[in-house]
Ligand binder design. Structure first.
Ligand SMILES: NC(=O)c1ccc[n+]([C@@H]2O[C@H](COP(=O)([O-])OP(=O)(O)OC[C@H]3O[C@@H](n4cnc5c(N)ncnc54)[C@H](O)[C@@H]3O)[C@@H](O)[C@H]2O)c1
Length: 255
């Protein structure tokens, strides 16, 4: 029972899978949660010290069952990574209510539900909640009325969790990824968008799943034991460049 355990949602691929793998390298056990049963079983089957739990994080009953299965298997839960997310981009006038609800259901309701279900277990370990938002929750952009709003809400939810759960020793932090070449991003990023991101990001490139996992696992670890309520953009500098127009680069001028 000395071995720590993380619950990672959306762990069947992308940033969630890389995070699960890094926890395993750190010697933790991992409860891998995903609604894609086939991909989840395929990935979990190739790993030791994991338990796969098929769950749609937007379904309250499924989340209750997931929390019971996770705590029952592990005996202790030290970190919850709310990573499961969906992206549907479209103009405000063409975003119907069903689309809005689909995005909110996973990206926001899922974070609320999974956190609430696992708070009792996290109280016992004085554990950590790590929510995945996005640079789209920090900076507004076109076509992201549902996605960007859901991610901005996750940032505020993180601060609410930090404010209320701190007295139990539970830390809550938020990571805002910049673009990473996962299935989610590639579904909504054209080559034109990829090129534009490369121009606008100070590091001139997309991030990797592993780079995100490093930040996520750090914030869940004891190394970050005095850090709570924080929002960290792992985004190659994108969020810091308020007037970082690509056209201004490398052109010294005086007026
Ligand atoms: N990739 C990027 O560029 C990027 C940028 C900013 C933020 N993010 C965020 O990072 C997180 C991970 O994204 P990714 O790029 O790895 O995506 P991905 O699509 O590769 O993986 C997401 C995983 O979540 C699962 N999932 C989706 N909805 C679920 C639900 N309701 N219940 C359970 N599982 C569900 C999917 O089945 C999938 O396995 C998301 O929250 C996303 O919004 C990603």
């Amino acid at each position: 029972m000395d071995q720590k355990t993380a619950v990672v949602t959306g762990a069947a691929r992308g940033i969630g899978l890389a995070t699960a793998d890094l926890f395993l390298e750190m010697g933790w056990r991992v409860v891998m949660v995903d609604r894609d049963a086939e991909a989840l079983e395929a990935e979990a089957g190739q790993r030791q010290s994991v338990r796969a739990v098929h769950c749609d994080v937007s379904d309250p009953d499924a989340v209750t069952a997931m929390a019971e299965a996770a705590a029952g298997w592990a005996g202790r839960i030290d970190a919850l990574v709310n990573n499961a997310g969906v992206a549907e981009f479209g103009p405000i006038e063409q975003t119907d209510f069903a689309t809005w609800r689909r995005v909110m259901a996973t990206n926001l309701d899922g974070v609320f539900l999974c956190s609430q279900a696992l708070v009792p277990a996290l109280k016992e370990t004085r554990g950590a909640i790590l929510n995945i938002a996005s640079i789209s929750g920090l900076r507004a952009s076109t076509l992201r009325v549902a996605y960007g709003t859901s991610k901005a809400a996750v940032i505020q939810l993180t601060k609410q969790q930090a404010a209320e759960l701190g007295e139990y020793g539970i830390r809550a932090n938020c990571v805002c990824p910049g673009p990473v070449r996962t299935k989610l991003a590639m579904a909504v990023h054209t080559q034109e968008i990829i090129d534009a991101y490369h121009d606008a990001i100070p590091l001139n490139r997309y991030g990797t799943e592993r780079e995100l996992a490093e930040v996520i696992t750090f914030l869940c670890s004891d190394k970050a034991s005095y850090v709570t309520g924080q929002v960290l953009a792992a985004d190659g500098g994108f969020d810091s460049t308020g007037v970082g127009l690509p056209a201004l680069r490398g052109k010294p001028a005086r007026a």
